[in-house]
Design a protein around this ligand. Structure first.
Ligand SMILES: NC(=O)c1ccc[n+]([C@@H]2O[C@H](COP(=O)([O-])OP(=O)(O)OC[C@H]3O[C@@H](n4cnc5c(N)ncnc54)[C@H](OP(=O)(O)O)[C@@H]3O)[C@@H](O)[C@H]2O)c1
Length: 177
C-alpha cells in the first residue's frame, strides 16, 4: 500500500541544512560503504516526490543533471525555471489536492516528502503523513533549517525501528492521524 513518508537527514539538534542552506556538513559524514542501501531501497519504491522552494533551488543548482526520474511537485509562490526534460510541476497553497495528484501518479508506490520541515508539517497538519524517517548525522549545527517546526508529541509518533549505518542512525516513526 502506498505510504506518504517524510524522510530526510538531520543534525542531532534537528536541522536539515545549516544557516547558509548548505548540507556540506552532511556530505562529509562516513556512511560506511553499503550503508545507504536502506535509503536506496526506499527510493526504489517511490512513485511521486514533493519539495519546497529552497530544497528545489538547492537540488537544481548543486547537481549537474536533474536526479529524479519520478514526477516532482515543487511548492512555490514564485515563477521558477525547470531543467529541460524534467517532470516538475510547480504548485502552491493547500497540500491536499497536490497529494491527490501525487497519489494518482504514484499508484501503489510511495510518496516522498523531501522537505523542508514546514512543508512536511503541512502534510502532517492535513493528516496525510504516514511515516517520519530521519537519518541522524553526528553533527550539531546550533542553527539552520528546522527538521520539523511543529509541536508533535508522543501520542502522534510511534517508534518503528532504529538502524545504524556507518556514523548515521536511522530512526523510523509511524504517524498516528
Ligand atoms: N538534510 C537533508 O537531507 C535535506 C532534505 C531536504 C532539504 N534539505 C535542505 O533544507 C533546506 C530547507 O529549506 P526551507 O526550510 O526553506 O524549506 P523548503 O520547503 O525547501 O522551502 C520553503 C519555501 O517553499 C515554499 N513553500 C512551502 N510551502 C508552500 C506552499 N504550501 N505553497 C507555496 N509555496 C510553499 C515557500 O517558498 P516561496 O517563496 O517560493 O513561495 C517557502 O518559503 C534547503 O536548504 C534544502 O536544501 C536538506
Amino acid at each position: 500500500m502506498s505510504r506518504t513518508v517524510y524522510t530526510t537527514a538531520t543534525s542531532i539538534d534537528g536541522f536539515i541544512a545549516d544557516s547558509e542552506y548548505s548540507i556540506d556538513w552532511l556530505l562529509a559524514v562516513d556512511h560506511g560503504g553499503g550503508a545507504l542501501d536502506r535509503v536506496n531501497e526506499f527510493f526504489a519504491g517511490v512513485g511521486a516526490i514533493c519539495m519546497g522552494s529552497s530544497t528545489y533551488g538547492w537540488s537544481s543548482e548543486n547537481n549537474e543533471a536533474w536526479q529524479y526520474e519520478q514526477p516532482v511537485w515543487v511548492f512555490t509562490s514564485k515563477e521558477r525555471e525547470k531543467p529541460e526534460g524534467a517532470d516538475i510541476r510547480f504548485v502552491k497553497g493547500d497540500v491536499r489536492p497536490v497529494w491527490e495528484e501525487m497519489k494518482a501518479a504514484a499508484g501503489d508506490k510511495d510518496l516522498w516528502v523531501v522537505g523542508g520541515g514546514d512543508l512536511a508539517g503541512q502534510f502532517l497538519d492535513a493528516g496525510l503523513l504516514d511515516e517520519v524517517v530521519v537519518t541522524v548525522a553526528p553533527v550539531v549545527l546550533g542553527e539552520g533549517a528546522p527538521l520539523f517546526p511543529r509541536r508533535v508529541l508522543s501520542d502522534r509518533l510511534t517508534f518503528e525501528g532504529a538502524h545504524r549505518a556507518g556514523e548515521f542512525v536511522y530512526l523510523e516513526y509511524a504517524v498516528r492521524k
